[in-house]
Design a protein around this ligand. Sequence first.
Ligand code: GLU
Length: 443
Amino acid sequence: MSYTQRVAEELKARYADQPEFVQAATEVLDSIEPALAAHPEYEAAGLLERLVEPERIVMFRVPWVDDKGQVQVNRGYRVEYNSAIGPYKGGLRFHPSVNLGILKFLGFEQIFKNSLTGLPMGGGKGGSDFDPKGKSDREVMAFCQSFMTELQRYIGPDTDVPAGDIGVGGREIGYMFGQYKRIRDEFTGVLTGKGLSFGGSLCRTQATGYGLVYFVATLLEDHKDSLEGKTVVVSGAGNVAIYAIEKAQQLGAKAVTCSDSTGWIYDPEGIDVALLKEVKEGKRARLTAYAEARPSAQYHEGRGVWSVPCDVALPCATQNELFLDDAKALVENGCKVVAEGANMPTTRDATEYLIDKKVAFCPGKAANAGGVAVSGLEMSQNSERLSWTFDEVDARLKTIMENIYTAVSSAASSAGFEGNLVVGANLAGFAKVAEAMYAQGIV
Ligand code: GLU
């Protein structure tokens, strides 16, 4: 059994109760065999056994009082996974499905994603099983303040810099930043995704969605093609989906779907982005409100966006939302590109099917790295106490996404896996982290 296989087997046995983590970690381990063959010294240094274990995990109680005066208790977490190439960096997710296994999968992915950006950021992730949906602003504030009262002990602008993820946007980051500043009495770039009036970066809100589409555009260009006239199918209706739709349409494609936790929209005339923003960002309403306001839109209960014929599919909702049957339907309907805006939205068997059928499959750790990349640019701006223009940040984002595509596709080719961007992303992301870990000794 090879070194990577042995570590994968140990993980499966030890963490059988963390299926998403095992899924994410074994996919990486299965791809990086060529890197381990080229560096036998890594095995002697126990590098993989160290890589798969977080440097530190903090878990804490988050008590808060709801609008009825009742005490509520949630669980809070921060997984500080790997700091070999920079301070821990990664989002906070507030969603009822959050548990340690989910955050370990997200934190592990983040290590390689952050490495691919070319910026000096380690990997981390955190969050809570708190559900912001249906809560008043005061309840969200009370929760965020209590969460930060504990989290502030472990983070700092040169130690660990959280940001948003599902359920954590500008409102939540603002409340958490205010509480951090109050307790620590310092105004620093400890969080990214901040409001523009207190150190946030222009283009951070758009970054993940725009970056995803820049990645796809670069891939198409490499195949002498473009987004012009393409039909794009998108899942999700959060900021990744919204800004992926916006950028795809700016580049001449027609995005015809989006979805939320209760249903999905098919709008053959193309999604009206201004209306979608009003429904989701403004009113925090359901997609039924979009359908009510737009005659061309059809609303369907449940899931189903992958049944719509398209050239490009962009899963931008959450993990494990695109299954083998969905992959078969996409291929059957002529889909040529699947690019992950969410983290691990495609199951392993669906991923393998798409790659086997020669669909250009762009894994999230490469394709959705634009969000954390602009977080890295926000950290730079905070450190130099300057703010850059929208166009400057957007131009840097585009260059970063182009560089990631080039790094990933050439890593795949050099390893003999031409066009396999999963293998390419894992190899390219691993190389820098492994070199840094090895150089720093057994820590
Ligand atoms: N949550 C985002 C991600 O999955 C962004 C993290 C960040 O900006 O730190 O990459």
